[in-house]
Design a binder for this molecule. Structure first.
Ligand code: HEM
Length: 409
């Protein structure tokens, strides 16, 4: 007879987790680092840094596949509850994943990044121009979302002035996909829009990801439409709520730490270290990402069986005392902040990691420079009610001394 599973009461979509994810995960790391919960049909919760990295590096045991027709390995994808559609890059395993990732990699080269960073600065200035004379704004809707959203749309090939549609589709995406408020209709609309844009680029290619994917071949075969579409959707939705959440959390914290502002504005190395620590400390993908066990295996003495689901808590890895000293402290000088797991690890490590981190730095520095005395109105700020996906904010009102638009006399 197999050993009993160590059952805990854990639901990443529930209010208890949203209220105290740090406390709950610290208890799990201490008492039961590989624990079983009956939530959402049952899954293992993995909370130690080294175990998360081990799982990420062994896709032949822990699959990302979302095998909706049950024709490959029965993998159930990266979200719990399961996605009813497939995010094709994230939800594939090597060698398929390796070939797909190569198709998008050129858009994240050092040369390409320069272009996206210039664009991010330009969009940030435009966004600040829309609010600077008013002396008040919503940091989320006016800055943290529109900047990464528009950069991502441009990179993918969607007209960037459509960003609000994508914001609507990503705002309630922290909910389980079977929740009545999950933005399924908005996601479907965006799916249709992807079909239209793909048809346009098939006829008339440009320099964007859509064009690259609709004309891509793997081993002499054209990439299937649904795979290309899944990849586009994963880019569209992976690229901005995470960056927005990190920027917003950083600026929220910096609103109460004005002593850091000057150095962050002037010292590039200091800014870059601070961004690493913000990523560790605020851990945007706070709801974790899942894998499916496709070969029986053992982890810290627990027997994981083929078909079991596993949730990797990157935010818990980022607070693992065995990896980070005094993890509950935000320390911009932290020696090893760069080892954080905010971008995951292994073959699926975030493709947009360098871009995402650069955007956070650009947003932080731009706000400190142009709205130097901004203050968050803590009485009206509102976090996401669930931390099932992103450590984000619904609204973060700010006030500041009004200034002039760029170029204004
Ligand atoms: C602060 C910002 C960001 C954070 C915290 C973040 C986090 C993540 C995480 C945790 C993963 C999964 C890694 C894994 O399974 O090991 C991921 C994958 C991915 N991210 Fe990001 N991301 C960010 C920004 C971006 C941006 C700006 C883009 C593109 C515009 C992007 C594109 C992707 C893609 C394409 C994948 C799938 C990679 C693969 O499966 O091979 N991300 N990201």
């Amino acid at each position: 007879m197999g050993a009993e599973k160590p059952v805990v009461d854990f639901d990443q979509h529930g209010p208890r987790y949203a209220a105290d994810w740090k406390g709950q995960l610290a208890t799990l790391r201490g008492d039961c680092p590989v624990a079983w919960t009956e939530a959402s049909g049952g899954f293992w919760v993995v909370t130690k840094y080294d175990d998360i990295v081990h799982i990420e590096r062994n896709p032949q045991i822990f699959s990302c596949d979302n095998d909706l027709q049950n024709v490959r390995n029965g993998g159930q994808g990266i979200r719990i509850p399961r996605n009813p559609f497939r995010f094709n890059l994230n939800e594939s395993d090597p060698p398929e994943h390796t070939a797909l990732r190569k198709l998008e990699a050129p858009f994240f080269s050092v040369q390409a990044l320069e272009k996206w960073m210039d664009l991010a600065r330009e969009i940030l200035d435009e966004q600040i121009d829309t609010i600077i004379e008013a002396g008040e704004a919503d940091l989320i809707e006016d800055i943290a979302i529109p900047v990464p959203a528009q950069v991502t749309l441009r990179l993918v090939g969607v007209p960037k002035d459509e960003w609000r549609d994508y914001m609507d589709a990503s705002l309630n995406a922290f909910l389980p996909t079977d929740h009545p408020d999950y933005p399924l209709a908005a996601r479907m609309r965006i799916g249709k829009r992807c079909d239209e844009l793909m048809a346009e680029r098939r006829a008339k290619p440009t320099d964007d990801v859509i064009s690259a994917l609709v004309h891509a071949q793997i081993d002499g075969q054209a990439l299937e439409h649904d795979i290309a579409k899944g990849m586009l959707q994963s880019l569209l939705f992976g690229g901005f709520d995470t960056t927005a959440a990190t920027s917003a959390n950083a600026l929220h914290w910096l609103s109460d730490h004005p002593e850091m502002h000057q150095r962050l504005m002037e010292d590039d190395a200091y800014l870059s270290k601070a961004v690493d620590e913000f990523l560790r400390y605020f851990s945007p993908v706070v709801g974790g990402l899942a894998r499916t066990v496709v070969q029986d295996t053992e982890l810290r003495g627990q027997q994981l069986k083929k078909g079991d689901r596993v949730l990797l808590m990157f935010n818990s890895g980022n607070y693992d005392e065995e990896r980070f000293e005094c993890p509950a402290q935000l320390d911009v000088e932290r020696r090893n902040a760069k080892q954080h797991l905010a971008f995951g690890a292994g073959p699926h490590r975030c493709l947009g990691a360098v871009l995402g981190a650069a955007e956070v730095g650009i947003i932080v520095r731009g706000v400190l420079k142009r709205l130097p005395d901004y203050q968050v109105d803590h009485d009206r700020e509102e976090r996401f009610p669930s931390m099932g996906m992103t450590n984000g904010w619904l609204t973060m009102p700010i006030r500041f001394t009004p200034g002039k638009k760029l170029g204004a006399a």
